[in-house]
Design a protein around this ligand. Structure first.
Ligand code: ZN
Ligand code: ZN
Length: 375
């Protein structure tokens, strides 16, 4: 079917209205109308080609909520009219050891997991286009059930920011009564604070911004530490059992290491770029690990969505119209570490453009992208 959306045709250019063909749902796939899509920092990085792997045209969006409009043969989990979500992946090999253990994000099949955008579709290697579009198609195994207790507009950010912070809490076995540190209180961090509380941890939020203290406390953090306040950092020396570090740019790890307990782990989820040189003695003397973690599998994604529904955990969102996307991306670029809420595109604004016949769009192809890059 003909689909409308917003995409970038080259790096560091504004997104423009685009139109392209999506195939109809095949066996095991579901088609859906997109109702909401969160705006993630990854979207900004991808359309700017900050990671050097973007295939253009690039149509971002991986915090997607929609309503099922059609189902292919053999689909059993969903029916027309259901609210569903799609996060960062739309497919994987489903047979390798990681897929078999519900960690499709680490798929080691021939092409790895298929990312929702800028990911190669199997078997032909076609680029994928994400949720800044009117309609999508997904394999049913990768669709998330949006429970009745969760308003759909809040669902998108949970499937990226939520699961990215929840999955390491599970993997590193965060226990009730332990102390969770969350560094960087933006889109990911504000979810991590709430999820840590729901799991029964004491939460210390580390932020660069004194001005955010009151808001962070409202999210449920037990304490807020401003990282530039050396006295406060010293007071919290060796106090944290697990840290989720969401800072999305290179940061000096030394101050964060200083607040970690013996045998603890700092998990990097936001910075794919570099860590400046640091003296590892404090790691050695306290057997501290610095680790990384990538989003989460489908099972964890469903779990965190259900957990948020049950505990009243919501991302802080601001609804925008599709045509406001370039302004929003510009503000995210400037203020990348600590944006206080997640922008969510009300896709009705896109549907209204299309239904009103007002959508002027550039027609794009789904280019065959060939080899997998950075998937
Ligand atoms: Zn994301
Ligand atoms: Zn796999």
């Amino acid at each position: 079917m003909k689909v409308h959306g917003y995409g970038a045709t080259a790096a560091k250019k504004d997104l423009v209205p685009v139109t392209f063909e999506r195939p109809d749902p095949q066996a095991g796939e579901i088609g859906f109308k997109v109702t909401h899509c969160g705006v993630c920092h990854s979207d900004v990085h991808q359309v700017n080609d900050d990671w050097g792997n973007t295939v253009f045209p690039s149509v971002p969006g991986h915090e997607i909520i929609g309503r099922v409009t059609s189902v292919g043969a053999g689909v059993t989990k969903f029916k027309v009219g259901d609210h569903i979500g799609v996060g960062c992946m739309v497919n994987s090999c489903q047979t390798c050891e990681h897929c078999q253990s519900d960690e499709e994000q680490y798929c080691i099949g021939p092409k790895g997991a298929t990312l929702t955008y800028n990911g190669p579709t199997k078997p032909d290697g076609t680029n994928t286009y994400g949720g800044y579009t009117t309609h999508m198609v997904v394999r049913e195994e990768f669709a998330i059930t949006i429970p009745a207790g969760l308003e759909p507009e809040y669902g998108g950010p949970i499937m990226c920011a939520g699961v990215t912070t929840y999955s390491p809490m599970k993997h590193w076995n965060l226990q009730k009564g332990q102390t969770l540190g969350v560094a960087g209180i933006g889109g990911l961090g504000h979810m991590a604070v709430q999820l840590g509380r729901a799991l029964g941890a004491k939460v210390i939020a580390f932020t660069g911004h004194e001005s955010k203290r009151a808001d962070i406390l409202k999210l449920g953090a037990d304490e807020v530490v401003v990282t530039s306040d050396e006295d406060a950092m010293t007071e919290h020396a060796m106090s944290v059992d697990l840290m989720i570090n969401t800072i999305p740019y290179p940061f000096d790890p030394a101050p964060f290491i200083s607040v970690m307990k013996k045998n603890s782990t700092i998990v990097i989820v936001g910075n794919f770029i570099s860590i400046p040189e640091f003296v590892p003695a404090d790691l050695v003397f306290n057997r501290i690990q610095i680790a990384g973690s990538l989003i989460g599998g489908v099972k964890d994604t469903q779990e965190v969505v259900d957990l948020c529904a049950k505990h009243g955990i919501r991302p802080q969102i601001k609804m925008i119209k599709m045509e406001e996307i370039n302004e929003v991306m510009a503000t995210l670029k400037e203020n990348s570490a600590d944006h206080e809420f997640r922008h969510v595109i009300d896709m009705e604004s896109m549907h209204a453009q299309v239904d009103g016949g007002k959508a002027k769009a550039e027609s794009i192809e789904q280019p065959v992208r060939g080899e997998v890059v950075g998937a």
